[in-house]
Design a binder for this molecule. Sequence first.
Ligand code: NAP
Length: 253
Amino acid sequence: MNDSAKVAIVTGASSGMGMETARRFSREGYRLALGARTVEKMEKLAQSLDNPDRVYTAALDLTSPSSIESFAKSTQERFGKVDLLVNCAGVALGREPADQGNLEEWRTMVETDYYGPMALVRAVLPGMRAQGGGHIINIGALAALFPHPGSAAYASAKEGMRMFLKCLREDTLGSGIRITNIDPGITDTDFALTRFRGNSEAVGKLLEGFTPLTAGDMADCIWFAASAPAHVNIDQMTVTPTDQASPTRLHKR
Ligand SMILES: NC(=O)c1ccc[n+]([C@@H]2O[C@H](COP(=O)([O-])OP(=O)(O)OC[C@H]3O[C@@H](n4cnc5c(N)ncnc54)[C@H](OP(=O)(O)O)[C@@H]3O)[C@@H](O)[C@H]2O)c1
């Protein structure tokens, strides 16, 4: 493709923050590689954007190393470069105390929120180094910043990813690569419904009397970090609803 526009990978583009981020970056003129397991939703999204022919959608399962490798390879083949990787995909499952945790669910969270994003970062780094710059933006979680009950596996996976990125910043210093971690509080997406295993009543109770962030708010924050001048690295950003002070302290009106 003879096109000099920047290329962004957005994971988790089939829903929530990833979907809004794809919309935002498409409006800003980026070419996009969208990855998630539900390809039909991303294809529908691509068709709704101004330039669907500049959007590549492909299956990506962050729990599968071969899926990550093939997604990164096919994106490189399609566009020849990656300027920005936005790691939006993520999952939390359950709220049980750690001594009642489900080990399979723990594995899913560690692979989706930590190992998979690390592997995808690893896959795009050589290209970014070779082109003299790039940007990795990771969506972490407020949950990773405060110990709180019922979140041991999810919070520690997100916290692990934060430390990986801090070390990466050391390893890539001088390469022109920027690294940003953004920790959102409660955001109105499908995330809570997945966490509560489809219990919409529990989600309704969580959000009752409370104004959460929207996926669009988070896309704005991602754009803010990405659109800063090349010499500015936004290292960490914590974004919460005004009525949320910590993972467990909400003000309900
Ligand atoms: N919403 C919140 O309150 C909140 C708060 C703090 C942090 N976060 C973080 O924000 C990020 C975005 O979440 P969201 O709120 O937009 O939730 P969401 O609407 O549930 O979206 C989650 C996305 O992750 C993708 N995903 C899940 N498992 C995957 C896998 N194995 N491989 C590839 N993609 C996978 C899903 O796509 P498929 O199912 O199609 O694969 C979906 O696109 C996540 O990292 C989440 O941990 C959310």
